[in-house]
Design a protein around this ligand. Structure first.
Ligand code: ADP
Length: 389
């Protein structure tokens, strides 16, 4: 058994899980929230459960708390610590053992992921001080998309500007897309190299990915996780002129950024970003909420169509993450009336899902449609273990 401590550190939170890298089983998991605020709190589940409310001033203290909780619970030491890092830039395209040079490279990517990479960096520093004796591995959300061809990576803007600001399409959610693609291949008893897949990761953040032979060839997020699908609070694709219209009207960059990242998407369209609430509103006849769902589904269908052409042939479409795994309406709206393109949804199977990987297309459907639960923590544990185990 190889237990890996998987760490997902945000600017004010620390999620951790002690994961068996061979089975994915959790020996323990927990979260420390509102780090640096007066009302910080921690939740822990292992052999026992703990809820703690105490001031946690910084990530170092949060890690010490996590380590103590696991020690008090009788958990063994991890053999490695695996860190989720959102942006690896051009250089960090594989799981990488962390040393000072790698930390400098992650720091260099901060301008590309100002909301995410700083949190990962403080998490890494804190974890290294609490677990100095084991190797630390960084696993990057961007890494899986390093195989995208140049024509997919480039924006059609002045090449010099693009170069000076490292502006190109990187893509995110790579750990999840790669994991569900591998799971789908296993389920279909195929080698990943034989399969063309469209993976739809639909959580609060959402992205589509075209996967040929186990490699990402196109994905919907770009230089940041803002491009592409309609998300919980992010707009996804817009006409870029919207930003200049607002700036000409006096909005500054921070206000535009806030609008597009935190006040748009489903929330912008209908005021709610959680699909459970939106679905309840739709069920009670709320037309604003219904339109928000239609806008999201329409964008998804456009991407599914585009990626089918990018791939030339699709063997399976994968739905994953909170919405993909739990919302039958969205899956049905995406796959409806696509028999002409080989997608024959089994509405009964779609509406009444079992657990684990589920096929929701009819047995003879030329394109298989699957619901595949994602597990990014297990994937990070596997990749860390493969590197240092
Ligand atoms: P994150 O990107 O934060 O990891 P998730 O993958 O948890 O997000 O997805 C969040 C979205 O999934 C929300 O819109 C939520 O309504 C929806 N969702 C999550 N779990 C369920 C569930 N059991 N039933 C219906 N919808 C769910």
């Amino acid at each position: 058994m190889g237990l890996v401590l998987v760490v997902n550190a945000g600017s004010s939170s620390l999620k951790f899980a002690l994961v068996d890298a061979t089975t994915g089983e959790r020996a323990a998991e927990g979260v420390v929230e509102r780090i640096g605020e007066a009302n910080s709190a921690a939740q822990y589940t292992g052999r026992g459960e703990r809820q703690i409310e105490q001031v946690v001033p910084d990530h170092g203290t949060a890690f010490a708390l996590a380590r103590d909780l696991m020690a008090e619970d009788g958990q063994p030491q991890p053999i490695a610590v695996g860190h989720r890092v959102v942006h690896g830039g051009d250089e960090l395209t594989e799981p990488t053992v962390i040393n000072d040079a790698v930390i400098a490279q992650i720091e260099a990517c901060v301008p590309l992921a100002p909301l995410h990479n700083p949190g990962a960096l403080v998490g890494i520093a804190a974890a290294r001080s609490q677990y100095p004796q084991v190797p630390h591995v960084a696993v990057f959300d961007t890494a899986f998309h390093a195989t995208m061809p140049p024509a997919v990576r480039e924006y059609a803007i002045d090449r010099n500007v693009a170069r000076d600001f490292s502006i190109r399409r990187y893509g995110f959610h790579g750990t999840s897309h790669q994991y569900v693609a591998a799971q789908a291949a296993k389920f279909l008893s195929k080698d990943p190299s034989e399969l063309n897949l469209v993976s739809l990761h639909l959580g609060n953040g959402a992205s589509a990915c075209a996967i040929r032979g186990g490699r990402s060839v196109e994905t919907s997020m770009g230089v940041t996780p803002l491009e592409g699908l309609v998300m919980g609070t992010r707009s996804g694709d817009i006409d870029p002129s919207i930003t200049t219209i607002l700036q000409a009207a006096g909005w500054d960059a921070a206000a535009v950024d806030n609008l597009l990242n935190r006040e748009s998407g489903l929330k912008g369209l209908c005021g709610d970003n959680d699909l459970r609430q939106i679905s309840e509103r739709v069920a009670s006849g709320d037309e604003v909420a219904a339109l928000a769902l239609e806008v999201m589904a329409h964008r998804l269908r456009k991407y599914l169509g585009a990626y089918s052409f990018v791939l030339g042939r699709v063997d399976a479409v994968i739905f994953t993450a909170g919405i993909g795994e739990h919302n039958a309406w969205v899956r049905s709206a995406v796959c409806r009336d696509l028999e002409g393109f080989g997608i024959q949804l089994d509405e009964v199977a779609n509406a009444d899902l079992g657990s684990g990987i589920q096929q929701i297309s009819l047995p003879d459907s030329p394109v298989t449609v699957l619901v595949v639960p994602t597990d990014e923590e297990y994937a990070i544990a596997q990749q860390s273990y493969a590197l240092v185990g």
